[in-house]
Design a protein around this ligand. Structure first.
Ligand SMILES: Nc1ncnc2c1ncn2[C@@H]1O[C@H](COP(=O)(O)OP(=O)(O)O)[C@@H](O)[C@H]1O
Ligand SMILES: [Mg+2]
Length: 148
């Protein structure tokens, strides 16, 4: 499923729609080069999942995991600076996976082989012009695909 966003606002609005559809227990993996819009999409998801005010959402570059608590608890992990899958495991990924939580992973491609085939909503973002971004949902459970 491919979507085109023409502005930051459209990307956030798209994320918000995804956030509204989440029930808890989902893992969302994001792939895409720097500046492709992963963090902005997550801002929207956090808003849609109830709670997090947009300003609170930033790439968790130094703390590695950010948390936002609203209708659902969101754990936002950025793997960009992780040295290994081992470090990712140490973050407590398994502890974040519970029915009331959603785990969002930027740069999921770095740690994917260590995830052991966890069911994931996978979103791939890429530059398609100054303010244009291509957003592809390449993996998702069937019920979510039909809703989207
Ligand atoms: N349509 C768009 N969607 C998302 N971000 C956009 C868009 N157009 C321009 N941008 C800019 O691209 C950058 C995306 O940053 P960010 O979301 O942090 O990306 P990433 O987390 O993938 O590195 C921001 O500077 C934002 O203003
Ligand atoms: Mg980011």
């Amino acid at each position: 499923m491919k979507f085109i966003s023409n502005s930051v606002e459209e990307t956030i609005a798209f994320g918000e729609k995804i956030g509204q559809l989440l029930k808890g227990g989902e893992v969302i993996g994001l792939v895409g080069e720097l500046g492709s819009g992963k963090t902005h999409l997550i801002k929207g998801v956090a808003m849609g999942a109830g709670g997090a005010d947009c300003e609170q959402v930033n790439s968790p570059t130094f703390v590695i995991v950010n948390e936002y608590h609203g209708r659902l608890s969101l754990y936002h992990i950025d793997c960009y600076r992780l040295g290994s899958v081992g470090e990712f495991d140490m973050l407590g990924f398994d502890d974040f996976c519970d029915p009331g939580s959603v785990v969002l992973i930027e740069w999921v491609d770095i740690v994917e082989h260590g995830l052991g085939g966890v069911e994931m909503i996978k979103i791939e973002l890429s530059h398609a012009g100054d303010n244009r971004r291509e957003i592809v949902i390449s993996e998702a459970p069937e019920h979510l695909k039909s809703l989207l």
